[in-house]
Design a protein around this ligand. Structure first.
Ligand code: SF4
Length: 496
């Protein structure tokens, strides 16, 4: 930061954008596009303080006048609120209820076990011990997510976990949520009744239409996974008393050029959005990378095409959200936290989310557990049956992650214009480079996010009114017509 008689330039990162402008972003995520000549004027302290540009830069805390102390206090408050997730240690607790699965998906990240391999089940006593540890967490919000394998194959442990957590919560009075991540094929009326009674959300998997879904998501029995899911989806929708059932898709080489078909399938089935998710390089996805994978550049351009397709759908009158774009826009355009564990600095691994394997082993993230299944236990934090809570959550693994995953200290990220919105992925870095700091120029995580932020900022720079209305409708969870109405001169722009 340097100063002259006129104004103080506050710290920001920047990059050349579209060859005619410079994008400036400060540490709290305020951004501004400046023409190249104006950028020169800013740095040369020759901006006219009465100009609109100066006023805009001032309101975004990129420059300050005599009010410098006040501006720094404001920025500090904003920064504290962005980092407030650190107070909420640890809110997301994922439990691997079993490694058994009735599917054998080609990109399975954990390499699932046969449906008869009961030794890979979490027993109810281990589950209860895990719940005891979960309630040691200082966070007032607790979400317990049941994962697998296919967790419904070990239903009794799910029931025991929910019952024990609800009993403990009578004393602890935390905000307690449950999610079952299931392929849905084993759901039945008894389970749905329990799910209703305990207000449990369901997260399932759907990769597209019958052809695209069945291509990689394969039932061990040889039946069509898609056909069975459609039957169970019908049953679930008839019986569920809440609407907390949402699917997740994985982008493989088979559907990357057909993302519009995946979107159409989601629309046909009445879902109100999609999370366009890239393939993770773990388990079978890593083993068969040549058959399933694609260069990350291809994912970024497929994402852009699909996003434009989704925006068009919204403009034609059907509300349909691309959730990752909505999440990134919330970070860019609002002061609100997203609670998204995978995009935090320091990394949310262990601090915001933790995963407990079927045998009680604890890892900071699902990817760390997958890495352990691939033979490398670098991120094993301890075991709930042997170690104390304090030793697991205050040990070497968490210390190393916190120390080495703050973007402000990571080479490449510290000066990146997108630092305020991005996060660190120490486990992926370790997988790729054997060093949790990683190497930005060769990192697919970095290339993906750099690409996605470029797409979004290109749209923000263009500032097309119709596209912006779609974005604001996603961020504020409102109907686009309501937002369009507010933009008519004379109507009040309540939310903007
Ligand atoms: S990971 Fe890449 S995009 Fe994200 S802050 Fe670091 S350098 Fe920027």
């Amino acid at each position: 930061m340097s100063k002259n008689n006129q104004y103080t330039i506050l710290p920001f990162n920047f990059k050349l954008f579209d060859n005619d402008s410079v994008l400036l972003v400060n540490d709290t995520g305020d951004y501004y596009f400046l023409k190249l000549a104006d950028f020169d004027n800013l740095l040369g302290y020759s901006l006219d303080k009465n100009s609109n540009i100066y006023q805009d830069l001032d309101s975004r805390h990129l420059v300050a006048d005599s009010d410098i102390d006040l501006t720094i206090d404001l920025l500090a408050t904003k920064y504290r609120s962005i980092k407030s997730f650190l107070n909420n240690f640890t809110s997301l607790h994922m439990m691997v209820i079993t490694l058994r699965c009735n599917h054998k998906c080609s990109y399975c990240q954990v390499t699932s076990e046969l449906a008869e391999a009961y030794k890979y089940d979490m027993n109810p006593d281990t589950a209860k011990k895990i719940v005891d540890y979960i309630f040691c967490s200082p966070s007032s919000n607790v979400k317990i997510e049941f994962q697998g394998g296919e967790p419904l194959l070990n239903w009794k442990t799910i029931v025991a976990t929910v019952d024990h957590a609800e009993t403990l919560n009578k004393t602890h009075k935390k905000s307690l949520e449950f999610v079952i991540c299931t392929n849905l094929t084993l759901i039945d009326e008894e389970k749905l009744n329990f799910i209703n009674d305990h207000n449990i959300a369901i997260s399932t998997s759907l990769d597209g239409n019958k052809f695209l879904h069945d291509k990689n998501r394969v039932l061990r029995s040889g039946e069509s996974s898609y056909d069975l899911i459609m039957k169970k989806l019908d049953l679930a929708r008839k019986m569920l008393t809440h609407d907390k059932l949402s699917p997740l898709m994985t982008t493989t080489i088979d559907n990357i050029d057909e993302l519009h078909i995946v979107v159409d399938e989601y629309l046909k089935l009445g879902f109100d959005g999609i999370f366009l998710r890239a393939l993770n390089p773990y388990g079978l996805a890593s083993k068969y990378a040549e058959d399933l994978g694609y260069p990350i550049k291809k994912f970024v351009s497929a994402f852009e095409k699909a996003l434009n397709y989704i925006i068009e759908i919204n403009l034609k009158g059907t509300r349909f959200v691309e959730y990752y774009t909505a999440l990134l826009l919330t970070r860019i355009l609002t002061p609100f936290g997203t609670g998204f564990v995978d995009l935090q600095s320091p990394s949310g691994a262990g601090i915001s989310g933790t995963i407990y394997d079927f045998n009680g082993d604890v890892y900071p993230a699902d990817e760390a557990r997958m890495l352990a299944r691939m033979g490398d236990k670098h991120f094993l934090m301890g075991n709930v049956l042997k170690d104390r809570y304090i030793d697991i959550f205050n040990g070497r693994v968490i210390s190393e992650i916190v120390e080495k995953s703050c973007l402000d200290t990571i080479p490449g990220c510290a000066t990146c214009v997108y630092k305020a919105y991005c996060g660190a992925d120490p486990i992926r870095n370790y997988l790729e480079t054997k060093d949790i700091v990683g190497h930005r120029p060769s990192s697919d995580f970095c290339k993906k996010h750099m690409g996605l932020f470029d797409i979004i900022f290109k749209k923000l720079k263009n500032n097309d009114e119709k596209e912006m209305n779609v974005f604001w409708s996603w961020i504020t969870h409102r109907d686009i017509r309501e937002i369009e109405c507010e933009n008519i001169p004379g109507n009040s722009p309540e939310y903007r």
